[in-house]
Write a protein that binds this ligand. Structure first.
Ligand code: HQG
Length: 186
Protein backbone atom coordinates (compact mmCIF):
# COMPACT_ATOMS: atom_id res chain seq x y z
CA UNK A 1 0.00 0.00 0.00
CA UNK A 2 1.37 3.41 -0.98
CA UNK A 3 2.25 5.97 1.69
CA UNK A 4 -0.30 8.65 0.77
CA UNK A 5 0.97 11.12 3.36
CA UNK A 6 4.42 10.94 1.77
CA UNK A 7 2.90 11.21 -1.71
CA UNK A 8 0.92 14.29 -0.65
CA UNK A 9 4.19 15.91 0.50
CA UNK A 10 5.81 15.18 -2.86
CA UNK A 11 2.78 16.67 -4.66
CA UNK A 12 3.05 19.80 -2.47
CA UNK A 13 6.77 20.06 -3.16
CA UNK A 14 6.15 19.88 -6.91
CA UNK A 15 3.20 22.29 -7.00
CA UNK A 16 4.29 24.77 -4.30
CA UNK A 17 8.06 24.95 -4.45
CA UNK A 18 10.01 23.32 -7.31
CA UNK A 19 7.71 22.53 -10.26
CA UNK A 20 10.61 22.75 -12.74
CA UNK A 21 12.29 19.73 -11.09
CA UNK A 22 9.23 17.71 -12.08
CA UNK A 23 9.09 19.11 -15.63
CA UNK A 24 6.06 21.23 -14.69
CA UNK A 25 5.25 24.79 -15.67
CA UNK A 26 2.49 26.21 -13.48
CA UNK A 27 0.01 28.53 -15.17
CA UNK A 28 -0.73 31.93 -13.63
CA UNK A 29 -3.30 30.40 -11.26
CA UNK A 30 -1.02 27.56 -10.21
CA UNK A 31 -2.57 24.82 -12.36
CA UNK A 32 -0.60 22.00 -14.05
CA UNK A 33 -1.72 18.93 -16.04
CA UNK A 34 -2.08 15.92 -13.71
CA UNK A 35 -0.35 13.68 -16.26
CA UNK A 36 2.74 15.92 -16.28
CA UNK A 37 2.81 15.80 -12.47
CA UNK A 38 2.55 11.99 -12.49
CA UNK A 39 5.40 11.65 -15.01
CA UNK A 40 7.53 14.11 -13.01
CA UNK A 41 6.94 12.28 -9.72
CA UNK A 42 7.79 8.93 -11.37
CA UNK A 43 11.13 10.38 -12.50
CA UNK A 44 11.94 12.26 -9.29
CA UNK A 45 10.68 9.84 -6.64
CA UNK A 46 11.43 6.21 -7.59
CA UNK A 47 9.35 4.93 -4.66
CA UNK A 48 6.33 6.29 -6.56
CA UNK A 49 7.38 4.95 -9.98
CA UNK A 50 4.12 3.02 -10.43
CA UNK A 51 1.61 5.68 -9.36
CA UNK A 52 -1.60 6.25 -11.26
CA UNK A 53 -4.10 9.08 -11.24
CA UNK A 54 -6.19 7.27 -8.60
CA UNK A 55 -3.22 7.41 -6.22
CA UNK A 56 -3.03 11.18 -6.64
CA UNK A 57 -6.74 11.57 -5.86
CA UNK A 58 -6.50 9.18 -2.88
CA UNK A 59 -3.49 11.07 -1.49
CA UNK A 60 -5.37 14.35 -1.76
CA UNK A 61 -8.61 13.02 -0.30
CA UNK A 62 -6.97 11.24 2.63
CA UNK A 63 -5.07 14.38 3.60
CA UNK A 64 -5.96 16.21 6.84
CA UNK A 65 -6.30 19.54 4.97
CA UNK A 66 -7.49 20.73 1.56
CA UNK A 67 -3.99 21.29 0.15
CA UNK A 68 -4.70 20.50 -3.50
CA UNK A 69 -7.56 20.70 -5.93
CA UNK A 70 -8.31 18.93 -9.21
CA UNK A 71 -10.33 20.28 -12.13
CA UNK A 72 -10.59 19.13 -15.76
CA UNK A 73 -7.39 17.08 -15.78
CA UNK A 74 -5.46 19.81 -13.98
CA UNK A 75 -4.18 20.00 -10.40
CA UNK A 76 -2.96 22.84 -8.19
CA UNK A 77 -1.82 23.56 -4.66
CA UNK A 78 -4.40 25.77 -2.94
CA UNK A 79 -1.79 27.71 -0.89
CA UNK A 80 1.81 27.59 0.32
CA UNK A 81 3.61 28.63 -2.89
CA UNK A 82 7.23 29.77 -2.87
CA UNK A 83 7.90 29.82 -6.62
CA UNK A 84 9.39 33.02 -8.04
CA UNK A 85 6.46 33.89 -10.28
CA UNK A 86 3.54 34.92 -8.10
CA UNK A 87 0.37 32.82 -8.34
CA UNK A 88 -2.71 35.02 -8.95
CA UNK A 89 -5.22 35.16 -6.15
CA UNK A 90 -8.75 36.53 -6.21
CA UNK A 91 -8.95 39.49 -3.87
CA UNK A 92 -12.06 39.26 -1.67
CA UNK A 93 -14.05 42.49 -1.75
CA UNK A 94 -16.69 41.19 0.68
CA UNK A 95 -16.90 38.43 3.27
CA UNK A 96 -13.49 38.96 4.87
CA UNK A 97 -13.90 38.13 8.58
CA UNK A 98 -13.14 41.13 10.83
CA UNK A 99 -10.42 39.06 12.49
CA UNK A 100 -8.07 36.42 11.13
CA UNK A 101 -5.49 34.42 13.11
CA UNK A 102 -1.86 33.49 12.61
CA UNK A 103 0.08 31.06 14.81
CA UNK A 104 3.80 31.51 15.27
CA UNK A 105 6.72 31.16 17.70
CA UNK A 106 7.48 33.64 20.51
CA UNK A 107 10.79 34.48 18.76
CA UNK A 108 9.07 35.33 15.49
CA UNK A 109 6.42 37.35 17.37
CA UNK A 110 9.17 39.50 18.90
CA UNK A 111 10.18 40.51 15.35
CA UNK A 112 6.64 40.66 13.92
CA UNK A 113 5.75 43.17 16.66
CA UNK A 114 8.29 45.51 15.10
CA UNK A 115 8.23 44.62 11.40
CA UNK A 116 4.76 43.23 10.86
CA UNK A 117 3.89 39.91 9.24
CA UNK A 118 5.83 39.10 6.08
CA UNK A 119 5.38 36.19 3.69
CA UNK A 120 9.00 35.16 4.36
CA UNK A 121 9.87 32.33 1.93
CA UNK A 122 6.30 32.01 0.65
CA UNK A 123 4.39 34.30 -1.73
CA UNK A 124 1.73 35.30 0.80
CA UNK A 125 1.15 35.53 4.55
CA UNK A 126 -1.01 32.56 5.69
CA UNK A 127 -3.83 32.97 8.21
CA UNK A 128 -6.80 31.03 9.49
CA UNK A 129 -10.35 32.08 10.26
CA UNK A 130 -10.06 30.04 13.46
CA UNK A 131 -7.77 30.63 16.44
CA UNK A 132 -7.49 26.93 17.34
CA UNK A 133 -6.26 26.08 13.86
CA UNK A 134 -3.78 28.97 14.07
CA UNK A 135 -2.47 27.56 17.34
CA UNK A 136 -1.82 24.22 15.59
CA UNK A 137 -0.01 26.01 12.76
CA UNK A 138 2.14 27.78 15.37
CA UNK A 139 2.82 24.47 17.12
CA UNK A 140 4.85 23.50 14.01
CA UNK A 141 7.28 26.23 15.05
CA UNK A 142 7.24 26.18 18.86
CA UNK A 143 6.08 24.21 21.89
CA UNK A 144 4.56 27.47 23.17
CA UNK A 145 2.96 28.96 20.09
CA UNK A 146 1.64 32.50 20.06
CA UNK A 147 -1.67 33.24 18.34
CA UNK A 148 -1.91 36.60 16.64
CA UNK A 149 -5.17 38.31 15.77
CA UNK A 150 -5.23 40.43 12.65
CA UNK A 151 -7.60 43.38 12.44
CA UNK A 152 -8.55 42.98 8.78
CA UNK A 153 -10.64 46.17 8.70
CA UNK A 154 -7.66 48.27 9.68
CA UNK A 155 -5.36 46.23 7.42
CA UNK A 156 -7.63 46.78 4.39
CA UNK A 157 -7.70 50.51 5.11
CA UNK A 158 -3.93 50.27 4.82
CA UNK A 159 -3.97 48.54 1.40
CA UNK A 160 -3.63 44.92 2.56
CA UNK A 161 -5.53 42.56 0.24
CA UNK A 162 -6.98 39.26 1.41
CA UNK A 163 -7.86 36.16 -0.59
CA UNK A 164 -9.86 33.15 0.57
CA UNK A 165 -8.54 29.62 0.06
CA UNK A 166 -10.11 26.26 0.80
CA UNK A 167 -10.87 25.15 4.31
CA UNK A 168 -10.60 28.46 6.18
CA UNK A 169 -7.11 29.38 4.97
CA UNK A 170 -6.66 33.07 4.09
CA UNK A 171 -3.73 34.70 2.28
CA UNK A 172 -2.52 38.28 2.13
CA UNK A 173 0.42 40.47 1.35
CA UNK A 174 2.51 41.87 4.22
CA UNK A 175 0.54 43.15 7.22
CA UNK A 176 1.75 46.16 9.26
CA UNK A 177 2.42 45.57 12.96
CA UNK A 178 -0.26 48.01 14.16
CA UNK A 179 -2.95 45.65 12.76
CA UNK A 180 -1.69 42.70 14.82
CA UNK A 181 -2.07 41.76 18.49
CA UNK A 182 -1.44 38.65 20.55
CA UNK A 183 -4.47 36.86 21.96
CA UNK A 184 -4.48 35.29 25.39
CA UNK A 185 -3.90 31.54 25.68
CA UNK A 186 -6.99 29.67 26.77
C1 HQG B 1 7.05 33.98 10.48
C2 HQG B 1 1.16 24.94 6.63
C3 HQG B 1 10.13 36.92 11.56
C4 HQG B 1 5.65 33.44 10.52
C5 HQG B 1 0.41 25.74 7.69
C6 HQG B 1 5.92 31.95 10.35
C7 HQG B 1 0.02 27.02 6.99
C8 HQG B 1 8.16 36.20 10.62
C9 HQG B 1 7.18 31.91 9.51
C10 HQG B 1 1.03 27.16 5.88
C11 HQG B 1 7.86 37.50 10.17
C12 HQG B 1 6.94 31.45 8.09
C13 HQG B 1 1.94 28.33 6.12
C14 HQG B 1 8.79 38.51 10.46
C15 HQG B 1 6.25 36.22 9.54
N1 HQG B 1 9.91 38.17 11.15
N2 HQG B 1 9.28 35.89 11.30
N3 HQG B 1 8.61 39.79 10.11
N4 HQG B 1 6.68 37.49 9.51
N5 HQG B 1 7.13 35.43 10.21
O1 HQG B 1 5.84 27.91 7.28
O2 HQG B 1 2.18 30.65 8.12
O3 HQG B 1 0.56 21.80 6.42
O4 HQG B 1 6.29 29.82 5.66
O5 HQG B 1 5.01 33.75 11.74
O6 HQG B 1 -0.68 25.04 8.20
O7 HQG B 1 3.70 29.03 9.44
O8 HQG B 1 2.09 22.83 4.75
O9 HQG B 1 4.33 29.95 7.14
O10 HQG B 1 6.16 31.32 11.58
O11 HQG B 1 -1.27 27.04 6.47
O12 HQG B 1 -0.32 22.49 4.23
O13 HQG B 1 7.68 33.23 9.48
O14 HQG B 1 1.80 25.95 5.88
O15 HQG B 1 0.30 24.21 5.82
O16 HQG B 1 6.63 30.07 8.13
O17 HQG B 1 2.53 28.24 7.42
P1 HQG B 1 5.81 29.36 6.99
P2 HQG B 1 3.15 29.51 8.14
P3 HQG B 1 0.69 22.74 5.28
Amino acid sequence: MLNYKRLSKVISHALRHEPEKYGIKLDSNGWAPIQTLIEGIKRQAPVFSAIEIEDITSAIQSSDKVRHEIKSGQIRATYGHSTKKKINKTIEMTGVPDHLFHGTSPDAWAIIKEEGLNPQSRQYVHMSNNAQVARKVGARKSKNPVVLQIDTILARKNSVQFSREKNGVWLSNAIPSFCIKEIAKN
